[in-house]
Write a protein that binds this ligand. Sequence first.
Ligand code: SF4
Length: 358
Amino acid sequence: MPLISPKLSLSIVDGAVAARAISKVSKIAERILKGEEKVFCLKPLQIDKAKERVKNFSSLCLMKKLQNSVSEQVSISEGCLGNCSYCTSKFARGKLKSFYPTYILKEINQLLEYGFKEIQLTAQDTAVYGLDKNGPKLPQLLEEISKIPADFKIRVGMMNPKFAKLIYKDLISVFHSNKIYKYLHLPVQSGDNKILEKMKRGYRVEDFEKIVYEFKKEFDDLLLATDIIVGFPGEDEKSFQKTVKLIERVRPHIINITKFSPRPGTEAKNWQQLPQTLKNERTKILREISQDIRKEDNQKFLGKVFEVLITEKRKNETLLSRTNSFKAVILKEGKIGEKQKVKITDYKINYLIGKILN
Ligand code: SF4
């Protein structure tokens, strides 16, 4: 289980390791098997994690994965610079540690040599990349990755608006690279500034809307994903309606909705909680709005032609492919790794259905 606080974890299990010290897990197990009780390890990694991964590159494992997918995740940092009042990840992951660009680039180069075609950059918050060092920040890292002379796509993972607002102009400029998916994952969490303050998110609704507006102005095919926490302590009807209005204004194509549930050891755990029935009701309302938006968006794709990259074999003999903005298109034919021109013939809520044009 993830280590939230040593005291709490060790009241349930005999041993615990922080995520940043995961390589110590076998040592902890050995000590427990020798009879030690309540062992934990919080020690951060001594070396750059990206460097460690490059060293341990497992060709066998990757070759096996390549048979079904040409997409691989590359983690660019660990930890964050946030201090959200409800979050336990910050305890488990610790302070921001950006991995050295040299090793990130090496890892990506290795993956491309093996035949991977889609690189998904991940982190707790990709927007903070490099803020703990003097080196390149996220836009510069993306620029370097885009310069790699190979045919591939980059998907940038979640960015906290608090830090995205500092770099969005440079980001927009680098997003013009045809290697970068026009996909923006910007978790707003609430449409009410009063709640955002309680969450200690460090931005206002206006900041979120400004970033989205600037991206949409530049990329008409932008696919916006956001996250909403429903039923945070203090969310009254007025706050919830502000979230509804924000969603209706901005119309994110993907909305990840989470019902708030208090986590041990966090500030928000001590605040008065909303009744579960109310959280359920509000979640249902948001889900319906989200589905309507998606349905309407998907309808607009019907009959249109896109170039897609086929990235994955699915269990039911179909293939998953991605448009330039990371929209999922399911195909019945084709080969993973290929780029194809497809016509959209149908859709479901979560994906489009396409046919390859010969
Ligand atoms: S929710 Fe906040 S504190 Fe937690 S990982 Fe994200 S930015 Fe960091």
